[in-house]
Design a protein around this ligand. Structure first.
Ligand code: NAD
Length: 257
């Protein structure tokens, strides 16, 4: 059942989205949970069972093999088979039909692009690429054997690192610039499946709100945004809510007559 707080409804969300001239989707690990990828935090979160230090850049450089064993288990054993779900697909349709200007994602799973979104800012990079720590040569992660860890560069022999942002690394400048721009021009920020705990990505919804955007949030649980930043909270799973939004957004409404 869909519970809606603090006010509003899917009908209201659809109305706001229809009127928006520029909508940004701001997504987190929650949108990919129904594709079979566990989030970091919460009930079934990865950090309940693993130490986040394996994703600390200094630890990785000192202990590449130890980090890689966990990284492989967390990110490469099943990410190969994860497919975009209905929530990713609705965002792709929204972009195609002129209802979505940008996706800012904290995810590294490439599922927005696989669903068809083109305007994607990857705040934390992408796991489909590996990069050499010394010579910067890039490799398609899907074509590199992870039988022996750590994987090494064919050119110079140094360690390969997943090209996503580790703790202690900086955010890709293109994603930062695009996110600032989106937070400046958006009429609507649609937050899907994030706790809002990860800095500096978490600053963009409040920034967009300060610039006049309406904040719609989808999450089965309240997040740090729900009682601080969100204007319309749609409580439920991403696929369930986004399918309802799709039905409302792409069906003729009374307003169209
Ligand atoms: P998080 O792990 O901190 O929190 C996940 C959020 O998703 C929670 O608020 C939870 O209530 C919500 N959620 C759970 N199931 C959901 C569903 N079916 N529909 C909608 N929401 C649901 O995630 P975060 O805030 O994105 O921060 C974690 C960081 O971890 C990100 O920066 C990201 O880089 C990384 N991460 C990425 C992936 C991925 O690429 N899929 C997976 C795990 C972690």
């Amino acid at each position: 059942m869909v519970k809606i707080t603090p006010s509003g409804s899917i009908t209201e969300a659809v109305k706001i989205l229809r009127q928006s001239r520029f909508t940004t989707a701001f997504t987190g690990a929650g949108i990919s949970v129904e594709s079979g990828i566990p989030p970091f935090r919460g009930k079934d979160g990865i950090w309940n069972n693993y130490d986040p230090k394996v994703l600390d850049i200094d630890f990785f450089i000192e202990n590449p093999a130890r980090s890689w064993v966990i990284i492989k288990e967390l990110f490469y054993n099943f990410y190969h088979s994860a497919q975009p779900n209905a929530a990713h697909r609705v965002l792709a349709r929204m972009e195609k039909e002129g209802k979505l200007g940008r996706v800012i994602t904290q995810n590294i799973d490439n599922l927005h692009q696989e669903a068809g979104n083109k305007m994607v800012s990857e705040f934390h990079g992408n796991l489909k690429k590996l990069k050499c720590l010394s010579c910067d040569r890039e490799y398609n992660a899907m074509k590199i054997s992870l039988e022996e860890l750590p994987p090494t560069c064919r050119q110079c022999g140094d360690i390969l690192k997943p090209d996503f942002v580790f703790f202690g690394e900086s955010i890709p400048s293109s994603a930062l610039m695009e996110s600032y721009e989106a937070a400046g021009i958006s009429d609507v920020f649609l937050i899907i499946g994030t706790t809002g705990e990860v800095m500096p990505a978490n600053q963009f919804p409040p920034m967009a709100k300060a610039n006049g955007a309406t904040i719609i949030e989808i999450n089965p649980e309240p997040s740090l945004y729900t009682n601080t930043t969100t204007d319309l909270f749609l409580q439920g799973k991403a696929t369930e809510i986004m399918k309802k939004i799709e039905a409302g957004l792409f069906s003729p409404s009374l307003d169209d007559n």
